[in-house]
Ligand binder design. Structure first.
Ligand code: IDP
Length: 156
C-alpha cells in the first residue's frame, strides 16, 4: 500500500520551556521518530501572550490559567507537527498522564517530569483539537509534505 493511502493523521506537539531548558529536545523528538512517526513541522519560538491564551483558551476559567500562560511565554518552545496512523492518541500515550507523578514510567512525563505545572510537553487531545492547534501555530508553507521511504520495513 502507498503511504498516502494509509489513514494518516497529524498532531500538534510542543516541548514546553522546561523541556527546552532541561535539554530534553533531542530525547523527546527521538521517541516519536523511533516509534515511526513522521516529522512534518518543526520550529523554536518565543510564544506571545496572545498565542498562549488562544492555545489554552479551553482552560481560561481554571485557577491555573494565568500561571500556565506565564510559564509558556517564559522561554522558548519547540513546536512540532507529526504525522502517522493514530498519531494523536499514540502521542498522548508516549507523553503520559498530565500529572507526571501519575504518569507511567516509560512515558516522557513519567520518566522526566516531577510537577503538573512543569510537565515538559503538550500534545493535542483529539483529531479536531490537532487541526485547530496546527492551524494556530503553523502556516501552510511551514509544513513539509514528504513520504518516508522505509514503508516496506515498517508497514505490512
Ligand atoms: P494535558 O496537557 O495533559 O492535555 P490539560 O488538562 O489539557 O492536560 O491541561 C493543560 C496544561 O495545563 C497541563 O499540561 C499543565 O501544564 C497545566 N495544568 C493542568 N492542570 C493543572 C493544575 O492543576 N495545576 C497546574 N497546571 C495545570
Amino acid at each position: 500500500m502507498k503511504y498516502q493511502e494509509y489513514p494518516l493523521e497529524r498532531t500538534f506537539l510542543a516541548i514546553k520551556p522546561d523541556g527546552v531548558q532541561r535539554k530534553l529536545v533531542g530525547e523527546i523528538i527521538r521517541r516519536f521518530e523511533t516509534k515511526g512517526f513522521t516529522l512534518v513541522g518543526l520550529k523554536i519560538l518565543n510564544v506571545s501572550r496572545e498565542l498562549a491564551e488562544q492555545h489554552y483558551d479551553v482552560h481560561k476559567e481554571r485557577p491555573f490559567f494565568a500561571g500556565l500562560v506565564e510559564f509558556i511565554t517564559s522561554g522558548p518552545v519547540v513546536a512540532m507537527v507529526w504525522e502517522g496512523e493514530g498519531v494523536v492518541s499514540s502521542a498522548r500515550k508516549i507523553i503520559g498522564a498530565t500529572n507526571p507523578l501519575a504518569a507511567e514510567p516509560g512515558t516522557i512525563r513519567g520518566d522526566f517530569g516531577i510537577n503538573i505545572g512543569r510537565n515538559l510537553i503538550h500534545g493535542s487531545d483529539a483529531i479536531e483539537t490537532a487541526q485547530r492547534e496546527i492551524a494556530l501555530w503553523f502556516k501552510e508553507e511551514e509544513i513539509a509534505n514528504w513520504e518516508p521511504t522505509l514503508m516496506a520495513w515498517t508497514r505490512e
